[in-house]
Ligand binder design. Structure first.
Ligand code: FAD
Ligand code: NAD
Length: 476
């Protein structure tokens, strides 16, 4: 039951709008720092996009669909014969929902533990320090805060003329809850969402085609060699790619969707049929209903709330973090900003190192990177060297029969200082943490190569790639 507050109650030190990874972490940290804090969330559950319709449900489906696929295609060669394997999609979806509910309830407990008030409702600005809140239970209240944090996240970017019905034409939210496996699943946009959710439905039996505007998949952070390898592994899974292809329109009839696309270079038209289409062409900041105009908060051309180095907006006392402002739309980036903003408010100091924000695409194998890509360094004219080590030469990967992929180090030519790491391979998402730490500490490749790594582990490939960047690998 949402609590209500009298409008004449003492103002809060911090009012956070949005209970996603940016907002709830900001609220928890502010509570821990002894600030009187409230978090206002309109969806009726905490955790934002990430916990409710993003990171968590997608990873549940990625994990369980991978197991289903493995049982059918991987276990036999390991001496495990399994017969009569059947998909129970209903149970798989329920397992996903259970993970979501458990975690969102956990966040509610964390707010309580840190003495943060929680209001279930939709906030909009009534003045620089004042918010009107439409309560989910009905009625309304006003909340005042010395500091207001906008952490309202992002929403699916619309495509002109295409209406998402979450049945035949779905966003990621619909694609996380399809009641049956579609025969033909077409993904528009070969970025992170398209590749992850395309993998899920392919593993569960759909024919999947990814239509991507660019000539490579995965987005700008992934180097060309890694993107190529990634495409090859996904093709082995049976996913078809139409690169350099731009979608122009999507039309639906009772049981079919017709996509009109064109080859970007030749302009040649292509028709594609689907039963279900996933629109995954990006997300945009969510500021709808906030009434930002009332307090003169500036936004840029892409709808992002403009902030300075301390997350201050153009309205005094109002700050913004997470997907609603600049930077990569990632949960852990929003969380780091949540901590920093609470510290700025309490002490005047806070810090996020934007050069060391890792990114992971949770396909199989996973793709992960941190720091600068080769492409970015070339553009900047920085002199660099690279060192790679394939999992094919790693004893643990060989033992596990999971040898696809490699680790690539990108280091400063003169000093061997680590500038970036890109990994495609088993557990890349876990291994990238070591690279992130290396960047944070300004490590050289030699620092890593001379650090003892346990044997036999996949992380030995990480050490060997570091070694390869300034000397010779030992095991390849
Ligand atoms: P959000 O999580 O979007 O939270 C904002 C909250 O504010 C929402 O709950 C919203 O209801 C609330 N709100 C909005 N307006 C108001 C208002 N006026 N009043 C009250 N409440 C309001 N990132 C990763 O790092 N790893 C992943 O694996 C990953 N997977 C993803 C998978 C999918 C399918 C999607 C869609 C996203 C994924 N992301 C992932 C991105 C991640 O979810 C976002 O970067 C992250 O949630 C941003 O956090 P945030 O706090 O800025 O905003
Ligand atoms: P994205 O920006 O990653 O990819 C969108 C893709 O759509 C791009 O490659 C773009 O070239 C393509 N595209 C755009 N218009 C097109 C058209 N008309 N025809 C064909 N292709 C077109 O966006 P997304 O996949 O929707 O993800 C949104 C955000 O969610 C990302 O910023 C990402 O950071 C976040 N996210 C992160 C994770 C993760 O960390 N594992 C998972 C899911 C989502």
């Amino acid at each position: 039951m949402a609590r209500t507050y009298a409008s004449d109650a003492a103002p809060y030190d911090v009012v956070v709008i949005g209970g996603g990874p940016g907002g709830y972490i900001a609220a928890i940290k502010a509570g821990q720092l002894g600030l009187k804090t409230v978090c206002i969330e309109k969806r009726g559950a905490l955790g934002g996009t990430c916990l409710n319709v993003g990171c968590i449900p997608s990873k549940s489906l990625l994990n369980n669909s991978h197991k289903y696929h493995d049982v059918q295609h991987d276990l036999k060669k390991r001496g495990i014969d399994v017969e009569g394997v059947k998909l129970n999609l209903d149970v798989m979806l329920k397992a996903k929902d259970k993970a979501v509910t458990g975690l969102t309830k956990g966040v509610e407990m964390l707010l309580k533990k840190n003495k943060v008030d929680y209001i279930k409702g939709m906030a909009s600005f009534a003045g620089p320090n004042k918010l009107d809140v439409q309560l989910l239970d009905g009625g309304e209240t006003q909340v005042e805060g010395k500091n207001i944090v906008i952490a309202t996240g992002s929403e699916v970017s619309p495509f002109p003329g295409i209406e998402i019905d979450e049945k035949q034409i779905v966003s990621s939210t619909g694609a996380l809850s399809l009641p049956e496996v579609p025969k033909k699943f077409v993904v528009i946009g070969g970025g992170v969402i398209g590749l992850e959710l395309g993998s899920v439905w392919r593993r569960l039996g759909a024919e999947v085609t990814v239509v991507e505007f660019n000539d490579a998949i995965g987005g700008p952070g992934v180097d060309a060699d890694i993107a190529k390898l990634m495409k090859r592994t996904m093709e082995k899974l049976g996913i078809k790619f139409m690169l350099g292809t731009k979608v122009a329109s999507v039309e639906k009839s009772a049981d079919q969707v017709k996509i009109k696309a064109e080859d970007v270079k030749s302009g040649k038209e292509v028709d594609i049929d689907a039963n279900v289409v996933l629109m995954s062409i990006g997300r945009r900041p969510n500021t709808s209903g906030l009434n930002l105009e009332a307090v003169g908060i500036e936004m840029d051309k892409r709808g992002r709330v403009v902030v300075d180095d301390e997350y201050n907006t153009s309205c005094k006392g109002v700050r913004a973090i997470g997907d609603v402002t600049f930077g990569p739309m990632l949960a852990h980036k929003a969380e780091e900003e949540g901590v920093a903003i609470a510290e700025f408010i309490k002490t005047g100091h806070g810090h996020v190192n934007y050069d060391a924000i890792p990114a992971v695409i949770y396909t199989y194998p996973e793709v992960a990177w941190v720091g600068k890509s080769e492409t970015a360094l070339k553009d900047e004219g920085v002199q660099y060297k690279t060192g790679t080590f394939p999992f094919m030469a790693n004893s643990r990967a060989k033992t596990n029969e999971e040898t696809e992929g490699l680790v690539k180090f990108i280091v400063e030519k003169e000093t061997d200082k680590v500038l970036g790491v890109q990994i495609i391979g088993p557990n890349a998402g876990e291994m990238i943490a070591e690279a992130t730490l290396a960047l944070e500490y300004g490590a050289s490749a030699e620092d890593i190569a001379r650090t003892c790594h346990a044997h036999p582990t996949l992380s030995e490939a990480f050490k060997e790639a570091a070694l390869a960047s300034y000397d010779k690998p030992l095991n390849f």
